[in-house]
Design a protein around this ligand. Sequence first.
Ligand code: DGL
Length: 274
Amino acid sequence: MNLENSIGIFDSGFGGLTVFSSITKILPDYNYIYLGDNARSPYGDHSFETVYQYTLECVEWLFSQGCPLVILACNTASAKALRNIQQLDLSKKYPHHRVLGVIRPTAEVIGTFTETNTVGVLGTRGTVKSGSYIIEINKFFPKVQVYQQSCPMWVPLIENGEHDQEGADYFVQKYVGELMAQAAEIDTILLACTHYPLMVPKIKAYISSEIKLISQGDIVANSLADYLVRHPEIANNLGRQGEQLFYTTGDTETFDQHASVFLGKEIQSRKLKR
Ligand code: DGL
């Protein structure tokens, strides 16, 4: 089965499934192809060039499968590859295709959650080093102070199914502690990595119950719904049979096991061979 005119959803691994889950809840009728580049995950510590090259390859594959619209459900790819893809590749090679990221829609609303105008951002090293959240949040909420902390061990823990085990506590306490030590006024923490919602139960144990913990899934889903209303030329060309396909560059059995944790349902993924 090859779905025509699907919405492509891409992540370095499983994390984008948190976004996929929110999107398909509010927009269940569209066709979707999810691609996780698990064989080359995590992206967090790769160079700008490598993340751009890997992301472009995956986006082009989704285009080849009939996806006119692709969501980069990955902050690292959104921070390091989206701009190049939009400015260099789409305009030259794919003028009718669209690629959207997760940083801008999140930056557009994050300032509405904080009462102290102080937001903490937890992300991969790549996302944090790019400074993308500081730049984007400042555009929409210039009064909001942004403090960042990278959590390089979290994606490997999640990709290996260790995130809910005792060993994970050390790294949750460490990174959350380092973030909160930067500013006691932080009243809103953004999980700026689509893998991190799986860490929520552990994170809650190390922060005050007053602090708002914001995951991106619903924010990105609402933003996509709004985008489709504003862009009928894209929306009207999308298939609406409610079909969903999952591909991974990694091991399908492992993907299926993990995906059921992220999605709360069983799926059968296909292997994308390179
Ligand atoms: N889910 C990706 C993100 O949002 C994880 C990046 C990685 O593979 O390190 O940043």
